[in-house]
Every structure is written in structure tokens, then in C-alpha cells.
Design a protein around this ligand. Structure first.
Ligand code: ZN
Length: 402
């Protein structure tokens, strides 16, 4: 049960990697980094240092990824989100554990000296100091804290960010580059504490099952944003149509609104930041832009959860292009969703009704709304049996890494 939870937590944040639909739209930093994707093995940095070479492989891989995070945020924090989101400066303790809920054998810490911490004699070129500890209290805290999260105190305050890593048990393992993306994504969730009126996650199993047209329009929107995101169609026009179709969907079923807005803020912004980090580091991001298949379960989890990551991140990139500013990020911190921001920006000159009509015509003529409706109809989502509240009922999220 606990293991399932780990995966649920971890992949809920993930990153997704199913299809290489997106190429990084910014120039890659170097030829070598150009090929770094989520599953790329981490080659540890090479130093002629005894202390470095004595470290276990996974420790060197972890520190190699942390160096990339640090250098990327030092140069690009504002471009990624703002000067106030600095995962490179967060006090963090990483436990090297055989499994996430087992006691780590030791822990490495940066930006903080933990109890029992001994500074490692590592090369200056690494760029930061690293402490190693085997203090039982520290190791126990990491174990009881689960895969990651801030150390929690009973008086409501928090301590350093704690994370458990090892070999082969979790997406937080540092052997592939996905770990640093998850790390940034997760730390952004903690940054979201500054967001006004932030709501808790909705229960995805309770996502509205209909009506058919509202869900078919979701698939139209996904196609629309994916095309605009890769520069195939005009960003402003696509974002306007996307927002107009949101209006239409929310009119078709008002319950969709709370759900979509909550999830697009929480996961869309975190995925946006994760992707911006990946781009700034010169790596590639490649996420699924549509359901894995037209099987009812795949369709449902896409509609109820996974698409919010993707469309939120794409909407953020389109807002960057359309507004040519980052002001929307401050608006989001003030409690606005991507939809609120796009609507305020784009519906200034034309009535919403006209925008909705235009978008619906495009949905029918250019995005084959009728066949999408037929696909949703066939899936018969109202009859789909999903055990509510069971983490194991989110299979699609787990499959994102493959
Ligand atoms: Zn997340």
C-alpha cells in the first residue's frame, strides 16, 4: 500500500514522457545536453578527486543533477518563473535508502548542515558544499517523511526539504534525468504556498463523466494547444479558441469549472516550471498531448487528470508568446487560473458569444469534433467503474515514464 502511494505521489508530479511530440523550442545549450530526455542515464561528473570517486554511483549522480539545477537557476530563475522560486537555495537533505520507506544508510545535505554532518572534501568545481551524515535522528526523519516533502514540525513550522533516493525504487532515483525535473516540479508545489486562494486537489475519480460534447471539446482543445505550442498555428488565435471552448464546456457542465481550474493551476503551473527548467538546462521535454488510447479507462484518466498538466503548461507558454511578458505569473500567484488570465487578455474586443461561435465552427471543421464525440460516446464513461479514493486507480499516471 505504501509503495503504491509513493508511486502515486511521484508520478502525480511527473513529467510524462510517452511521446516525443515536442522538441525543445529553445536552442539547446550544448550538443551533449541536447539529447538529454527523461530516461537518459546520468553520467556522473568526472573529477580527479579521491573523495568524489569514493562516493557511491548514485550519490555522484545525485550531485551531478543538483549541479545542473543550481547552475540553471542561477542563470535563469527569472525566465523559469521568478527570482523568488529558487530550488537551488533550498536547504535539502537527501537520504540514500534501499527503498523509500526504509531507513537510509546515509544522507547528503546541501544548503544546510544537518545533525552529525561532516563536510565532504569535494572539488570546488562542483559549486556547492555537501555534508554527509549518518545521524539516526536525521535518517529516521527522512524515512518517516516518505519520498519527499519538507520536514514537518508540530508547531506548524517546517525544516529542510527531505528526499529519499536509491537505486531502482522510485522516479526520484538519480540514475536518470527525470529526477531533477521531478525535484523542481515538487519544489514548485511548495512555492505554490504563496498563491492566493489555492485549493486542494480535487478527487479525480469524481471527475464529471459527461456530457459527451464537453469531453470531446477537451480533446479538440488539446489538439489546438499542441499545434500552437509547436508553432504550427497562431498562438493568439489558438489561445482565444481554447478559452472560448472552456466557456462552452463550463456552460455544458458547470461542475467542470472548479475541477479544471483547480488542477490547471496546481499541476499546469508546476509542469510549466518543470518544462522551463528543462529548456533552460538545454534538455528536451516531451509529454503526451493526448490519451494513450481510446479505451474508456485511458480516456477517463486523461480527461480527469493528466491533461491538466499538459494543457496548463502549454497555455503558460502561449501566454508568454501572446502577452510578451511574464505578468501572468504574478496574476496566477494572485489566484487567477490560466483560463481567467487568457479570458481577460483575449476577450477584450470581441464578445464572448462571438468567440465561442467561432471556436465551435473551428472545432467542427478543423478538429473533427464529431468523431471525437463518437469516441467519447463509445467509451460510455458514465458506466466506467472507478474505485473512488484508491490510489491504485490511477494507472495512467504511473505509466507516464515508459
Ligand atoms: Zn505536481
Amino acid at each position: 500500500m505504501k509503495k503504491i502511494l509513493v508511486v502515486a505521489l511521484a508520478v502525480a508530479l511527473v513529467t510524462g514522457a510517452a511521446s516525443p511530440t515536442f522538441a525543445a523550442p529553445v536552442a539547446a545549450v550544448s550538443q551533449q545536453k541536447d539529447s538529454i530526455g527523461v530516461d537518459t542515464k546520468v553520467e556522473p561528473l568526472k573529477f580527479g578527486s579521491k573523495a568524489w570517486n569514493k562516493l557511491p554511483m548514485e550519490d555522484r549522480q545525485l550531485l551531478t543533477q543538483l549541479k545542473t539545477v543550481k547552475e540553471t537557476f542561477e542563470k535563469h530563475a527569472r525566465a523559469i518563473w521568478s527570482d523568488n522560486f529558487r530550488p537551488d537555495r533550498t536547504p535539502m537533505i537527501f537520504g540514500n535508502a534501499p527503498d523509500v520507506f526504509e531507513l537510509p544508510t546515509h544522507a547528503l545535505a546541501i544548503n544546510v548542515k544537518p545533525a552529525g554532518g561532516v563536510k565532504l572534501d569535494l572539488p570546488k568545481e562542483l559549486g556547492f558544499e555537501v555534508y554527509r551524515t549518518v545521524d539516526e535522528g536525521v535518517l529516521e526523519k527522512i524515512k518517516s517523511n516518505g519520498p519527499f516533502g519538507f520536514e514537518w514540525h508540530e508547531d506548524g513550522t517546517t525544516g529542510p526539504w527531505l528526499l529519499s533516493y536509491g537505486t531502482g525504487h522510485s522516479v526520484t532515483d538519480p540514475d536518470t534525468w527525470i529526477a531533477s525535473r521531478i525535484h523542481v516540479h515538487e519544489l514548485f508545489h511548495s512555492h505554490q504556498a504563496v498563491f492566493k486562494n489555492l485549493r486542494e486537489h480535487m478527487e479525480q475519480g469524481k471527475y464529471p463523466r459527461g456530457p459527451v460534447e464537453a469531453h470531446a471539446l477537451s480533446l479538440v482543445q488539446d489538439e489546438l494547444l499542441a499545434k500552437a505550442d509547436t508553432g504550427q498555428i497562431d498562438a493568439r488565435d489558438a489561445l482565444t479558441k481554447w478559452a472560448a471552448l472552456q466557456e462552452k464546456r463550463f456552460a455544458l457542465n458547470p461542475k467542470l469549472k472548479d475541477f479544471d481550474q483547480t488542477e490547471e493551476i496546481l499541476e499546469g503551473s508546476a509542469r510549466y516550471v518543470e518544462d522551463e527548467f528543462v529548456k533552460a538546462a538545454g534538455q528536451t521535454h516531451n509529454h503526451a498531448t493526448k490519451p494513450d488510447s481510446d479505451k474508456p479507462i485511458d480516456l477517463f484518466w486523461w480527461l480527469a487528470g493528466n491533461r491538466h498538466y499538459q494543457y496548463g503548461a502549454a497555455a503558460g507558454r502561449l501566454l508568454d508568446k501572446v502577452t510578451r511578458s511574464q505578468d501572468w505569473r504574478a496574476e496566477m500567484e494572485n489566484g487567477k487560473s490560466f483560463f481567467d488570465i487568457a479570458r481577460a487578455e483575449l476577450f477584450k474586443d470581441t464578445s464572448i458569444d462571438v468567440c465561442v461561435r467561432t471556436a465551435m465552427i473551428a472545432a467542427q471543421r478543423e478538429y473533427d469534433l464529431e468523431s471525437k464525440k463518437a469516441m467519447i460516446e463509445r467509451a460510455d464513461l458514465p458506466s466506467l467503474d472507478i474505485p473512488i479514493g484508491d490510489e491504485a486507480s490511477r494507472p495512467m499516471r504511473f505509466s507516464q515514464r515508459s
